[in-house]
Design a binder for this molecule. Structure first.
Ligand code: HEC
Length: 129
């Protein structure tokens, strides 16, 4: 009887532990923040380039390209299916594609290329962040 009780107790503790661990893992899905932090980094680098007036460099093209590819992870990673959210995510991709294709060669062109991008970041953050 005692042994059976101990086994049962062990099972119950095991189940509770597993549920706790799974909750903790779900709460700590790092991807949504990782995607946003990655975009924040690349936008930050582009703003630095504007400040330093060094805009026509391989680095600025790299940051634009990384923004474009990272933005394509937003919808699958966040798993939010509301139209306003996916619309903003799609708009961000479109605007980044235009910015990459514009291949800005001056700081004025770079500023003009990333302004609509920043507006889309803001639009989604106002509603979902
Ligand atoms: C489609 C919606 C959407 C778009 C577009 C979007 N974001 Fe976000 N962003 C979010 C949400 C939602 C959060 C909050 C995430 C969280 O706290 O888990 C967030 C949070 C962030 C954060 C804070 C991350 C942290 O560690 O808490 C940064 C930085 C960020 N976004 C940068 C950007 C930049 C830069 C852009 C544009 C290039 C952008 N975001 C575009 C939805 C969006």
């Amino acid at each position: 009887m005692r042994v059976a009780l101990m086994i049962l107790l062990g099972l119950v503790i095991g189940v509770i532990g597993t549920v706790n661990v799974m909750n903790a893992l779900a709460a700590r899905n790092p991807m949504p923040k990782a995607v946003m932090d990655t975009m924040g980094y690349h936008i930050g680098e582009l703003k630095q380039a504007l400040k330093a007036k060094q805009c026509n460099t391989p680095a600025t093209r790299h940051h634009l390209a990384r923004l474009q590819s990272t933005a394509s992870d937003i919808v699958p990673v966040f798993g939010i299916e509301e139209k306003a959210f996916t619309d903003d995510a799609t708009q961000l991709q479109t605007r980044l594609q235009q910015a990459v294709q514009a291949a800005p060669a001056t700081c004025e062109a770079l500023a003009a290329a990333i302004q609509p991008v920043g507006e889309t970041c803001k639009s989604c953050h106002q509603q979902y962040r």
